[in-house]
Design a protein. Structure first.
Length: 416
């Protein structure tokens, strides 16, 4: 009984702390960006106009202010699902259908996911069609939005149901070592998805066209050859049908790697700048950042599954979170729901790792190309994407995987 009350109290305390932390961080970000709205940082004064700087500040504060509403609603909804008896009610109604335990678990988790998605939908719609539209970034039509949602749901069912079935079967049938077997399955599945994503998943949502012959392709091919990077092609994605934001990325695994440029990015940057951006991305490959990231992901998944294996044996874990009938699938669902409450404070650790990688990739790009071109490209991206140049340091430490603009540009200037 003491364990029951203690864990319930701990959950409530951690939920309160994490919610207040998020609220405090959002307040800091809004205040810091607003205070610096009327003056472009000195290092950007000759590159970014005051009007562009103010647009970025307004865009940033608008998004953060809007993010406060889901912050309170998510905390309230979590309490309703757990201590309020929402999950328990859902579970009892589906158990009453009389299907076997594994299928019951799948139906419970899928129903919960569907309800959560419907509840989240108004926030997504407002963000896309109001905020992004107000600042001139949205190009998503209602048809595209609905189509994406339906395609995403169908793919989620097609891929998620078999994986969920395997995981729940392992949890129920393989004894105390289920978490180790599950970890092996999830790790293998993740690698497989990385391999198939470029050619089977991504084209469901976007058109991919090979980058046409010309100086841009020649420059990119030359850089790839110098860096010893073998890919399955250089492609252009029609990102402009959803947003005017620009980006570039690698996807795939092994021989199935491909380089992808948003069509919007090709319009933003010249060939020198594009080459510098690609050199930065190649830096992640050459410095084995992707491989290290996969290892960290696998390690954290293993630890999480081991903790879950311990918790699911404890009756108080279920009852302290509002569940009257313990089950493997409910343990998995509860753990997924409450884990972010207990791990939020550790987010800066992942940001530190990510930022270290970004600095190393920038340094590699400065070796392969002129650092000034990467600086020009980054400034252009900050301008076109309305990224604030003056984020609050503490907020940035929690939420930003990349170093703040002034810090990153200062590092590059030292290498130029």
């Amino acid at each position: 009984m003491n364990e029951l009350h203690n864990f319930t109290l701990l959950f409530l305390i951690m939920l309160l702390i994490s919610t207040l932390m998020r609220l405090y961080l959002s307040h800091r970000q809004i205040s810091h960006v607003s205070q610096n709205r009327d003056k472009v940082p000195d290092s950007f004064a000759d590159k970014i106009t005051l009007e562009e700087h103010q647009k970025a500040a307004d865009y940033t504060t608008t998004k953060v202010k809007f993010g406060r509403l889901p912050l309170f609603y998510e905390a309230a909804l979590l309490l309703i699902w757990t201590l309020g008896g929402g999950l328990d009610l859902l579970d009892k109604n589906i158990i009453a259908l009389g299907i076997n335990p594994i299928l019951t678990g799948i139906v419970v988790i899928l129903t919960f996911t569907l309800i959560s998605s419907i509840i989240d939908l108004p926030f997504t719609i407002y963000s896309t069609f109001v905020i992004e539209e107000r600042f001139g970034f949205n190009r998503t039509t209602v048809k595209t939005f609905v189509t994406d949602m339906l395609k995403g749901g169908a793919l989620g069912l097609l891929i998620g149901i078999p994986l969920l079935y395997i995981v729940l079967w392992l949890m129920a049938q393989t004894g105390d070592q289920w978490w180790l077997y599950t970890w092996i399955v999830i790790s293998g599945f993740s690698i497989f998805m990385m391999w198939v994503y470029p050619t089977w998943i991504a084209p469901v949502f976007n058109k991919f066209e090979p980058l046409e012959e010309g100086e841009t392709l020649s420059r990119i091919t030359g850089l790839l050859n110098r860096c010893g990077f073998n890919s399955n092609g250089v492609f252009v994605i029609d990102g402009s049908k959803r947003s005017s934001h620009g980006n570039a990325y690698f996807s795939g695994f092994g021989r199935n790697k491909r380089i992808v440029f948003f069509d919007t990015l090709l319009k933003m940057l010249n060939n020198d700048e594009l080459e510098a951006v690609l050199a930065h991305e190649l830096g992640h490959f050459k410095k084995k950042h992707i491989f290290k990231g996969i290892l960290i992901s696998f390690a954290t998944t293993l630890i999480a599954l081991a903790v879950l294996a311990w918790l699911m044996k404890a009756p108080w874990f279920y009852t302290s979170l509002g569940i009257s009938q313990p089950s493997t699938y409910m343990a998995l669902l509860l753990f997924t729901l409450v884990m972010p409450v207990f791990t939020f404070a550790f987010q800066p650790l992942f940001s530190i790792f990510s930022r270290k990688n970004e600095f190393e990739a920038d340094a590699f790009a400065a070796e392969q190309t002129d650092a000034n071109y990467l600086i020009q490209a980054l400034v252009g991206l900050y301008r076109e994407n309305a990224n604030t140049l003056t984020p609050d340091p503490l907020y940035s430490a929690f939420y930003d995987s990349h170093p703040p603009a002034p810090v990153r540009i200062a590092h590059l200037n030292a290498q130029a």
